[in-house]
Structure formats: C-alpha cells, structure tokens
Ligand binder design. Structure first.
Ligand code: ADP
Length: 595
C-alpha cells in the first residue's frame, strides 16, 4: 500500500528537465526553434514587437546613428575639435550604435556562422530547402533523417529504474539510410524483396522499419512525416505485437486520480485523444475519495474459448455434449487441458447444440495473462484427445464464436468472460452537491431513465451505462490490453439509488467480462509496462499467480465507476456541452492544419 502511495506522489510531481541539447537550441538563434504541442515556439517570441518590426527598428537605428556620428566626426575635423571630446547626444549615439550592431550581428551573424560550421545539426530543415529540392525522394529522405525533438515524438527521458531494473529509452539516433539500404529500398519498391521479409533478411528490426517506410513512401507518393520512426524498440514487437512496422502512433497519456479503491490509492493512466475524458474521470475519483473510497469484489475469473465441431447426426453431437458435461470425466479432461501451461486451470465446459453441430465453451483461469493463447492451446489438447473416442468428430474451427471474443454477445453478458467485477461506493450528499454540482434525486432519476430504461428501449446488450467503454478503452490502451476486447469488456450496468433517507447516493458498476492481463501481448512494451508499473501490477505476480491481473480488473471497474459518476452528473446538471466546448474544442483553425 505504501509503495503504491509513494509511486502516486512521484507520478504527480516528477517532471523531467529538458535535455541539454534542447536548452541550448532554445537559447541560440532566431532560426532555430522547438515544436511543442502543435505550437511553434521561437526565440523571437520573446521580443515585445513582431520580428519584422524589431528588425526595422534596429536597422533604422543603426544607419541613423552611423550617419549622425559620421556627420559629427566631419564637423569636428573641420573645427579641429579633438575626437574624444563627446557631448551627451554623441554618447547616446555611440550606445545606440553598439546596441544595434550587437543585435544585427546576433541576428544574421551567428546563424550564418552556424550554418557553415554545423550544417547538419539543425533540428528542422529550412522549409525553403525542402521546396528547392528537385527530387521528391530526396525530400522524403531529408525529412526522415532529421532529428525529431522532444515533443515531436521522442522519449528523451534518461534511463529509468523500473522494478529495480535499469530500462534505457530506445535509441534517439536517427537511422541514416546507406547506399546498401538504398539498394534494398529499390528492390522492395520493384517487388523483388517482399516487405515482410525485411526483418529476417536484415537482422535489424529498426533498419527494416526504416527501409519499409521509405519504400512505402516512394510507392504511394505520400509522406509519412509526423508518424515517428525513432524512439521505439522494434525488436520488442517482433513476432508478438505487430508485423511490418513503419513507425508508431502517439497517444497522450493522462492521469486520473487518486482513485481510492479498497483502501488503496491508484493513479490511473488513460491513453486518449478525447478531451474532457481524463478531467471528467478525475472529478469522479475526487467524489469517490471525498466519500471514503470505493469497494470492489471479483466475482469470477475465467477466460473462455469455444470450438465448433460437427457430427453426422445431432444424436452424436449430443453424445459428446453429455460426455463433456459428465462430472466423472472432468478430472481427466482438466488434466489434459492443463498440460498447456502451468497457469491454465480448466474450470468447466458448457456445451450448446445447433443441429448436428456442437459448441463447447471451455472456461479456465489463466494466471496473470489475459489468456487467449493459453486457453487455445488447452482446447487443442482436449480436441486431440477426444478424436480418439469420437473419431467421427470433425473440427470445424477452434473458435466457433460461442466464446465470444470481440463481439457483443449475450453469453458474455450473462455468463461472464475474463474477470467479472462489481464495484460500489456511497457518495455523500454534500459531495454530490459540491463536487458533482447536482443532487442525489436527479442522478438516481437520470440513471433510471437513461442507463436502464433508455438502454432497454435501444435493445442494448450489456450497454446499461453512460460511457464505460470510454474509460475502459483509455486504460486498456495505456496498459497494453487488447483494445478490440473493449466490446465485451465494456459491458456494464450502472445502478444509482438514493440511500440514507435520500441524503446520499449509492452507485455501482457491474462488469461481467473484463478481459485483462499483466503479462503477454502488448503489456511487455516499454510504455505500457510503465503504466502497469504505476498501478503496481506490472508483470507476473510471483506470490500469487493471477492477482496482478485480477487487481487490474478491479482498477478498471473503479475507474469506470468514477467516469460514470462524473458524466452522469454533467448530464444531470446540463454541463456536458459547456465542458466539451472548454476541453474538447481547441480554438485552432483546423482547416489550416490539414494539408
Ligand atoms: P495470452 O494467453 O494472454 O495471449 P501469452 O500467451 O502471450 O498471453 O502470455 C502468457 C505467457 O506468459 C505464457 O507463456 C505463460 O507461461 C507466461 N507467464 C509467466 N508468468 C505468468 C503468470 N503469472 N500468469 C500467466 N502467464 C504467465
């Protein structure tokens, strides 16, 4: 508990200083600038007047004082007055001369000298240079080989200590394509080298990505500028997370919290591009915290996979159904199933028949893994075994959609899939008023008419909530879960009821199919792993396999509870449009941004 609290405070205060090269660049010249949050910051922004006006002032000043001093000098020579005898106007003129000279030297001189001494170290190429380039391929190469500053896609952070391991950030050195690479690019463009073979042929995943990217740009004639290549560990995704990479998409991660859940505070990472989402969840967390925290119960933990097999008759299909559901056979079947992994433990097999086709829904615990791979291996073991006694069984598919993965299905809503969690909190009346800016009766009524009746009117399947999938998807992306599983993972019924003689609000979310893991898939990637680490659920739990994933499921439910509370309150108070206008609509002219 303490360590999580400590990590919470670190997360909110840690603010890495800008790297030295950035500080230096910001202090140098007008020609160098840094991009930050889509807004270009230039050194000239510090000037009180626009750049062209400042230049005009200093030019005029410089030439005026030079003219004035030369005139005075000529007069002194004519009158035989010593040159070093100065009156006040001459002293002022000399100061003005020095000041304007220094300004003009700084403006034109330093940039000029730098362009001679360090022609290749500019962070950004001059746009004129790009326009002047003759060959479009050269433009692309030039854009790709430039350094990308922090804020434009790179992790510029120093090595971090995560769980006592030193984790170095991925290399920031831009990939410079050599002549040899150029040959490979041409061969990919021609089609003689398949793009998917680059990793195995080159033995260097980053180089493979750079070459594939360049070939893609030439083939499509479209620039990928803006999609970063540098700063990502391409080895870590090979054979596991993504094939044929050409870069990576950046999604900002915001923090909501602290979420006080079962007596522990969590800082919840949310990867989203939807304005108001983090702020709103954060407000819900505040309301929960001020009311003493939320409590959760994990009701079930079992991943499912349902193969479909076919027989010549419905009778034979029914035979197998009875065999699989006979308690006397369970021990033997589970022994065969469990051989797939030391973490896979068969819980039950539920069978449904459609004519002569049989759907067997296997449920098993999978430790800290979300478990799809693990359960598929176990199911395959059982199918192989059954083939001996049911040789007329034809396996149609290891997944027959009765599982049901990444599709809205009543079986998940009723039976559960992954982790089934209920999470509740009593929000004090004064917190409803002061933090949520509404009242208990309005919230309870809105919940009944919107989340229950409204969803029933819409024929919802598991959608008896305001926006569970918003919060869940953001936490899923931040923590490396499979975002496509948000379909059934977001199934949720939100209940709100006035309690304590109408003073306070009892709110709960019941989520039967939260599919999460803390090992496997995207969870081992650096960014996602850091977010899991922030929650204290990174990797496998060594003392009790599965407890990290189970804890993560309860945190997801707790975060959904916070999100539900806040959005429902905004709706009840009529604030929704106002807050979206504030957080979700930047004043930027979008028409000027798109190319
Ligand atoms: P999934 O089944 O979710 O697709 P993977 O198969 O990619 O996940 O990852 C699970 C792997 O992690 C298995 O090989 C398993 O042996 C290993 N593993 C290590 N520790 C654990 C743990 N505590 N719980 C589950 N799996 C674990």
């Amino acid at each position: 508990m303490d360590s999580r609290r400590r990590s919470t405070s670190k997360a909110t205060t840690a603010h890495p200083p800008p790297p030295p090269h950035m500080k230096m660049k910001m202090g140098v010249g007008v020609g160098l600038h840094q991009r930050h949050n889509d807004k270009e910051l230039k050194a000239s922004d510090a000037l009180p007047l626009p750049l062209y006006l400042t230049n005009a002032v200093f030019f005029t000043l410089f030439f005026s004082v030079v003219y004035f001093l030369l005139t005075r000098w000529r007069e002194k020579i004519r009158n035989s007055t010593p040159l070093h005898v100065l009156n006040l106007s001459e002293i002022v003129a000399i100061f003005a001369f020095i000041a304007s000279f220094i300004y003009l030297l700084g403006f034109f001189g330093i940039d000029f000298v730098q362009s001679i001494l360090r022609p290749s170290t500019d962070l950004w190429p001059n746009e004129d240079e790009i326009d002047d380039a003759q060959n479009p391929d050269e433009i692309v190469l030039k854009e790709d080989s430039r350094k990308v500053p922090c804020g434009a896609g790179l992790d510029c952070s120093p090595p971090q200590i995560v769980n006592k391991e030193i984790v170095s950030p991925p290399s920031l050195v831009p990939t410079v394509l050599s002549e040899e690479d150029e040959e490979v690019i041409k061969s990919v463009v021609k089609g003689s080298t398949p793009s998917y073979t680059l990793e195995s042929k080159l033995g260097d995943c980053k180089r493979a990505a750079a070459i594939r990217r360049e070939a893609l740009q030439r083939l499509t004639g479209k620039s990928l500028t803006g999609l970063p290549l540098e700063g990502f560990d391409y080895e870590s995704i090979l054979g596991q997370c993504c094939e044929m990479p050409v870069g990576y998409v950046q999604i900002p991660v915001g923090i909501a919290g602290p979420l006080l859940l079962d007596g522990i505070e969590y800082s919840v990472p949310m990867a989203t591009t939807e304005g108001t989402l983090v702020a709103s969840t954060n407000r819900g967390c505040k309301a929960i915290h001020l009311s003493g925290g939320a409590a959760s119960v994990l009701l079930k933990d079992g991943m499912t996979r349902a193969p479909v097999v076919r027989f010549a008759s419905a009778q034979r299909a029914a035979h197998l159904k009875f065999f699989l559901e006979n308690p006397n056979n369970f021990e033997n079947l589970s022994m065969i199933f469990n051989k797939s992994s030391r973490f896979a433990r068969l819980q039950n097999i539920k069978c449904n028949i459609a004519g002569k086709n049989l759907y067997m829904r296997f449920t098993c615990s999978t430790g800290d893994a979300m478990g799809m791979n693990m359960i598929s291996k176990g199911v395959q073991n059982v199918l192989d075994y059954l083939q001996d006694d049911f040789s007329d069984m034809e396996v149609i598919g290891i997944s027959g959609n009765f599982c049901s993965d990444k599709k809205a299905a009543a079986v998940n809503w009723i039976e559960g899939r992954g982790k089934s969690v209920v999470c509740e909190c009593v929000i004090k009346g004064e917190v409803v008023k002061k933090v949520l800016k509404t009242n208990v009766a309005a919230l309870a009524e809105l919940n009944m008419l919107k989340n229950l009746t409204g969803s029933a009117m819409a024929g919802a399947l598991g959608g008896f909530n305001a926006h569970a999938s918003n919060i869940l998807s953001a936490v899923y992306i931040a923590t490396g879960q499979d975002p496509a599983q948000n379909v059934e993972s977001s199934h949720c019924i939100t209940m709100m009821e006035a309690v304590n003689e109408g003073q306070d609000l009892h709110v709960s979310v019941t989520m039967p199919s939260i599919e999460v893991g803390t090992v496997g898939g995207g969870t081992q990637l650096a960014s996602q792993s850091a977010c899991l680490n922030l929650l204290g659920v990174k990797g496998a739990n060594r003392e009790s396999a599965g407890s990290n994933a189970r804890l993560l499921a309860t945190i997801v439910a707790g975060s959904v509870l916070a999100g539900e509370l806040s959005l429902m309150s905004a709706l009840a108070a009529g604030q929704l449009v106002r807050s979206h206008m504030k957080y979700n609509r930047s004043s930027k002219d979008v028409s000027k941004v798109s190319s």
